[in-house]
Write a protein that binds this ligand. Sequence first.
Ligand code: SF4
Ligand code: SF4
Length: 103
Amino acid sequence: MSLSRRQLLTFWRRPALLRPPGAIAEAAFLEQCLACGKCAEVCPAEAVFMQRDLGRARETPVIDPAQMPCVLCTGLLCTHACPTGALKPYPNDDPQRAVIRTI
Ligand code: SF4
Ligand code: SF4
């Protein structure tokens, strides 16, 4: 398959995908995430979706801010929905403390 120049430029300029707030370091995240999708289910902004990429065997949750950014909802709901600790809640659910990692 060949890509047009425009398609290539679009690909290169594509902003990085993000993990939901509270994501632990990427290597540990990939070990702990069960791909259960609970973080995506609770997101009121529908910003979290499950995607298989980079040759991974299963889908993992990502945010594409160009499509729908995280709005740092009250309670940072995704951080509480995660059953494994792949996403960790912040003290007092303070959005000022939220760190969002790229992948
Ligand atoms: S903090 Fe709220 S809005 Fe942001 S990704 Fe998590 S559930 Fe969605
Ligand atoms: S809730 Fe936790 S374990 Fe489930 S998909 Fe989201 S990050 Fe992974």
